[in-house]
Design a protein around this ligand. Sequence first.
Ligand code: OSB
Ligand code: MG
Length: 378
Amino acid sequence: MTHPLHLASLSLREIRLPLREPFRISSGVTTERRILLLTLTDVDGVSVWSECVAGEWPNYSPETIDTAWFALTQWLAPRLLGREVASAADVRRTLDDNIRGHPMAKAALEMGMWALEATRLGRPLAIHIGGTRTQVEAGISMGIQSSPAVLAEKMLAARDAGYARLKCKIAPGYDVPYVAAVREAVGPDVRMSVDANAAYSLSDHAVFTALDALHLLYIEQPLAQDDLVQHAALQVQCKTALCLDESILDESRAADMHQLGSGRVINIKPGRVGGFAASKAIHDLCMARGTPVWCGGMLESGIGRAYNVALASLPGFTLPGDLSPSARYWVEDIVTPEWTMHPNGLVDVPRTQPGLGVAPRRDRIDALTVRETTVRAG
Ligand code: OSB
Ligand code: MG
């Protein structure tokens, strides 16, 4: 079924892409993305693009674009260049062997190898990784705003645009009145969630009790990024499901979450867990236990989004993902066609052409590039 993959060169480039509006979370604000794009080329000259989702600053996870650049050029690319791997499913093991951490750097390479394999086999990426859906539901993730009224107005517009779920970023001082204003504006039936990005502690009972009254789908990552034990204590107190993002780094953490009762939903970001093999393992484990999962986002360009949409088409992704269309983030994306959302909140999964299903716009990418390097076998 699969054929060996043999990488000949890996190109890295950094592009700068300004966001249409600043994105503020509890731990910092992003106004312009510094995006690391990879081009993987095999010995037959077949070439695919992938994206590393590491941020500009280590405020979500320890990785940044600069640590990923270093890890990829110094440690990870040399693991794959000039040697055959039996299949994309084996890449994870090759990259994890005695190299700890750096999941976003690993994921960019590992997911690129899945796309290379799909392309070589003439298959759409989504189908190649086991996706079954033809469309996926998109939710919006809205940054912290200057007032409850401003947030409510934006979320009303998002509801009217068709988003299947509205997620508000929260932080101490920017929580209950903000989320209550949104609930009031959009009505009782709209699916809503909040994401604290680890900004709270167990002593914040009052906040969680008030959120419990707002009928949220889940509260995402309320407590520390490396915690499972305190989340379990909080889940006992909260009626609302907890959803873990930062705390789930692989399938063993997902199993621990189930064992400890630290949450009832998982946000799978393939970058955070090291790629598609790990994402699929978490997905399979959650499906077996009846735990819903959804695909998170990291303000990706249209290249990274292709990978997220493919992942979200797996059967266990039963909740809307952070899969907003291109125009939510960028004046102009770097792929054609751009990603769009139907008025009912659905995004089409590319299922006809081999590979990603969108074409990177080479001229535009060249014009946005601020640095570039190529690593070759040798
Ligand atoms: O916690 O989900 C998060 C962006 C950067 C860092 C962390 C998060 C996010 C998002 C972005 O919520 C969602 C998107 O890409 O639309
Ligand atoms: Mg999150």
